[in-house]
Design a protein around this ligand. Structure first.
Ligand code: PLP
Length: 389
């Protein structure tokens, strides 16, 4: 039997390890094991009732139709004024493209700027979608190390070494999945200077922007001089507003790029569910109490996890400045992060991710998501301790 060949662009696509570990954890659960889930990066809170009601009311009042591809007008306007604060300039609704999650915006924006062979810089360890989207666009991935000793900042020396005339795009993610690190303004200024000098685009994945423990949002490179015209901010509602399953994200980018990304979106997904957009409108324009409440709960969980991990001999865990991920250093065990993560799942019933799920430089670390109750985090730490000593 002869099968028609697949496109070479899909050869390099890898699964997202979080889903692989989740699937294995569910197999163990079905076999009767008690598993503590610290693998998947998803808020455990319910979507705020007020937001959910806005979505339900939208369905009940017939907002179940196609919408303009870049999004309904009031949502684009609300996003533009919200991002104006972060960018310290007036962002126009025509710079906004709404999509079913942040991921499609990451993908379409990359397709709109990467030519085959273009070099694309992205963080390692970093969110695995970056590598996939570069591969699909037939770009050449150039991973840049994040340095634990600098709070997981970009290794600027390596960046200076690797950036060149062929570099088309730099992908940033601050606060970072998986490290929880937040890029400082001074690092952003140095990256911006290089981006201007080599005339590169920036995709700044700011999905955790409001999930900062020491500020109301992380600084954005888009606010720096000469950066608005070369930066795509990617953000969404999944994490900040606990709306992962609603599928709602957006990009803010120069209008000339927004037009092209919208054209790609017309053909890729047409538009985003209308009622979901109305729920998002409520999330962004209504009270933000649920965001503050979630952040104070995450702070408690972070401190419980980090203090617990640091009480285990051989584990060294920095306190993340943002996100709901801790990225403990487990090098002293002399084991691969994959074998340690497997052991924790199979023996201790604690599902975590190996650092290598985020690139080679993740070796020696685990990613532990603290979007779980303090009680479960304490139980998980106890189990990890008993397994590793
Ligand atoms: N960017 C980063 C860094 C993420 O961690 C995630 C989700 O895990 C996304 C983007 C995707 O978000 P969405 O659910 O809006 O597609």
């Amino acid at each position: 039997m002869r099968f028609p060949p697949l496109a070479s662009a899909v050869d390099s696509i890898e699964p997202e390890n979080a889903y692989v570990v989740l699937a294995r954890a569910q197999v163990l659960e079905r076999a009767g094991r008690d598993i503590i889930h610290l693998e998947i990066g998803e808020p455990d809170f319910q979507t705020d009732t007020r937001i959910a009601r806005a979505g339900i009311e939208a369905i009940e009042t017939g907002k179940t139709r196609y919408t303009p591809t870049p999004g309904i007008k009031p949502l684009c306007q609300a996003i533009a004024s919200d991002i104006s604060i972060r960018c310290q300039r007036e962002v126009l609704p025509s710079e906004v493209v709404v999509g079913p999650g942040a991921k499609p915006i990451l993908f379409l924006a990359s397709l709109a700027v990467i030519e085959p062979g273009d070099e694309v810089i992205y963080p390692d360890p970093g969110f695995p979608t970056y590598q996939s989207m570069v591969g699909i666009a037939k770009g050449k991935g150039v991973p840049i190390r994040l340095m634990e000793r600098d709070g997981f900042a970009f290794d600027l020396d390596q960046l200076r070494d690797r950036i060149n005339e062929r570099t088309k795009l730099i992908v940033l993610n601050s606060p970072s999945n998986p490290t929880g690190g937040v890029l400082s303004r001074s690092d952003l200024e140095q990256i911006a200077e290089l981006a201007r000098r080599f005339n590169c685009w920036i995709i700044s994945d700011e999905i955790y922007s409001r999930m900062c423990f020491d500020a109301s949002y992380a600084p954005t490179i888009a606010a720096l001089d000469g950066m608005a015209e070369r930066t795509v901010i990617v953000d969404g509602f999944s994490k900040t507003h606990a709306m992962t399953g609603w599928r709602l994200g957006f990009g803010v980018m120069p209008s000339r790029l927004a037009e092209k990304v919208s054209l790609l979106a017309v053909h890729a997904f047409g538009c985003t569910a209308q009622f979901t957009q109305f729920a998002g409108l409520e999330a962004i324009t209504g009270s933000q109490d649920h965001v503050q409440q979630a952040m104070s709960e995450y702070r408690l969980r972070r401190d419980t996890l980090v203090n617990g991990l640091n009480s285990i001999d051989g584990i060294d865990c920095r306190s993340p400045a943002g996100t709901f991920y801790a990225f403990p250093n487990i090098r002293s065990f002399g084991r691969t992060s994959e074998s340690l993560a497997n052991q924790l799942l199979e023996e201790a019933g604690v599902a975590v991710l190996p650092g290598t799920a985020f690139g080679c430089n993740g070796e020696g670390y685990l990613r532990i998501c603290f979007a779980n109750s303090v009680e479960n985090i304490q139980r998980a730490v106890e189990r990890i301790k008993n397994t590793l000593i």
